[in-house]
Structure formats: structure tokens, C-alpha cells
Design a protein around this ligand. Structure first.
Ligand code: ZN
Length: 315
């Protein structure tokens, strides 16, 4: 799939509205920029919403560069690893949730919902991709709707937990979605948001330094499906602006599955580079640093728990 020829639209900073920015890098013709006013990192040109929706209908799950190749077979092959990740999620949720009615926005094939249902959650899912949402309904017999959360007629204040995992960075209109989610939360309900910490995360900064590049200029994940590249401050900024108050912070790490599916190569470069990569990836240094990072809040997965705040700014 040739992403570089996708029809595109320009956009201002979604966090502060400014149109001043500096270019960090160009990835397959897509400009990754940093807002000159608030520092938010985003794609200043991006595929239109309809184009991207069309992509999620099929090729996203086939193209390994941007989306997920062979998602179902990966899930089946690494089932035990997925189960460990899901079990940790379940334990984190029961500590904070006031009830068991759970909605996952962007549930993909529904594997997490299927697991949570087995732990006595009452689960509902929404997924924009007709392919994966049909799988969730037909194969896993889950209550999953196809479309966006805004287009569904879900009753207001009907969920105790709403999950938005690895979704926010894909949304053209993040505030519309977050505002709608806000209306669906029951009193005492919580929103759980997870997204990758990209570009200015310590590992990416180190990667840039080792390649003699400026921090922020290495290749981020999944361009042009990812429209924003969050850091903890910008994720919290967008949640606050959408009328949420942060009640919990947690750190995770992406990469457990990816390491199994596609182990990092030691391959190219100078002898020093090869030794560094060997020590980092094969001798366990990355795993050790990831563990320390997760415990100290510097993992590459940003997780925030939020509740509606009293004040919702005009957006
Ligand atoms: Zn800005």
C-alpha cells in the first residue's frame, strides 16, 4: 500500500489551536511537526477522516508497516502473553472501578472484551473497522457495534468504565469523541486512556542520539494512522481540555508482543553499534530498563485514569 499518495488535509494544533509549528521530520511525505505555542507533536498534513476510515476497513490489518498484519494469528500464537497482559489490565480496573459495566471504544477484534467478560464484566464494544467488529460479533459473540462512538445511540450515563486504548492518537476529532464518552459515564465512572509515548520518550531520544540525529526526528510509529505523538503532558492537556480530571497515572510498556513477533535485528552498522544492539536487545538490558521505566513512570505506554471534571471548557 502506498501511503504517500493518500489524499490529505492540513490541520492546526488540536491542543491549543495555533498554526505555528516547526518541522521535526517528514515520514513518507507526511510532515511531523511540533507546535510553536504549546509543543504538541502532530501531523500537520494527514489523510482525511473518510480516507483513513476506508483504510481501517481493510488494509490496516494487512499492512505491517502501518497497521497490524495477521492480528488474529498473532493473538492465537502468543495467547499466553496476551492473557498475562489482559489479566494485569483486569486487576488494574477492579482496583478503581465502581461497577462492572464496561465499554471499550476501538475494541478491534474484541480479544480484551472476551477476556474481561470471562472475569464477570458486562462488556460492550465499538469498533470502526467492519472486519474486526464482525469478527468480535460472529466469532466471539460479543456485543460490538460497528462505527464511531458518536454515531451510536448508547444511553447516557450507562457505563462504569470506558476504555480508550491506543485509539486517541488515531482520531481526527478527539474532542468530539471525548465529550461523547464523558456523557456515557455513569456517576463515579472512569475513563481509561492509553497511548504510546513517542519521539521524546527516553528510548527514542537515545536512539536519535546514537544515530547522530536530533531528538524528535527519528521515525515514529504508524504514520499516517497516528495523527498525534503524545507525551504525558500533552495527553493530560487534551483530557483536561475535554472536561476530564486525572485521578490516576500509570506507566506500561509496548513491545512484549512485538519482540516475539519481530525480534529486533542486530544487523547493520559499525561494530560498536552491533555490540550495543546485542547488549541492549539480546542480553536483557532493554527488559531491565523497561522494568525500571514502568515502575518509575517512564515506560513507553502512557496510561491515565480520568473522571469528568466540574468544568468543561468550551471546545
Ligand atoms: Zn499547540
Amino acid at each position: 500500500m502506498d501511503w504517500s499518495t493518500f489524499p490529505r488535509e492540513k490541520t492546526d494544533c488540536k491542543l491549543c489551536g495555533s498554526n505555528s509549528f516547526s518541522l521535526l521530520s517528514t515520514q513518507m511525505t507526511w510532515p511531523v511537526v511540533r507546535c510553536g505555542n504549546c509543543g504538541f507533536v502532530y501531523l500537520a498534513e494527514r489523510p482525511s477522516e473518510d480516507e483513513l476510515a476506508g483504510m481501517y476497513s481493510k488494509s490496516y490489518y494487512e499492512d505491517g508497516d502501518v497497521g497490524y498484519r495477521g492480528y488474529v494469528s498473532i493473538f492465537e500464537k502468543y495467547h499466553d502473553t496476551f492473557m498475562r497482559i489482559f489479566l494485569r489490565r483486569h486487576r488494574d480496573l477492579i482496583k478503581r472501578a465502581s461497577g462492572r459495566r464496561l465499554l471499550e471504544v476501538g475494541c478491534a477484534y474484541g480479544f480484551l472484551l472476551d477476556f474481561l467478560r470471562s472475569k464477570d464484566w458486562e462488556v460492550t464494544g465499538i469498533e470502526i473497522s467492519p472486519i474486526s467488529s464482525a469478527y468480535a460479533r460472529d466469532q466471539l459473540h460479543l456485543n460490538v457495534h460497528t462505527g464511531s462512538v458518536e454515531s451510536m445511540n448508547l444511553p447516557a450515563e450507562s457505563f462504569d468504565v470506558i476504555l480508550l486504548l491506543d485509539v486517541l492518537e488515531h482520531l481526527h476529532r478527539p474532542f468530539d469523541t471525548l465529550r461523547h464518552i464523558r456523557s456515557l459515564l455513569a456517576p463515579g465512572g472512569i475513563l481509561v486512556v492509553q497511548c504510546p509515548w513517542e519521539l521524546f520518550h527516553w528510548e527514542k531520544v537515545a536512539e536519535a542520539r546514537l544515530k547522530w540525529m536530533k531528538p524528535g526526528t527519528v521515525k515514529p510509529d504508524a504514520v499516517p494512522a497516528h495523527l498525534y505523538f503524545f507525551q504525558p503532558s500533552s495527553l493530560e492537556g487534551i483530557l483536561r481540555k475535554a472536561g476530564f480530571k486525572i485521578i490516576g497515572r500509570q506507566s506500561g510498556n509496548y513491545g512484549a508482543i512485538r519482540r516475539l513477533v519481530d525480534p529486533p535485528r542486530i544487523g547493520k552498522g559499525s561494530t560498536i553499534e552491533k555490540i550495543l544492539r546485542y547488549v541492549y536487545f539480546r542480553m536483557g538490558l532493554q527488559r531491565l530498563l523497561y522494568l525500571i521505566a514502568r515502575l518509575t513512570g517512564f515506560g513507553n505506554g502512557i496510561i491515565r485514569y480520568a473522571v469528568p471534571s466540574e468544568k468543561c471548557s468550551d471546545i
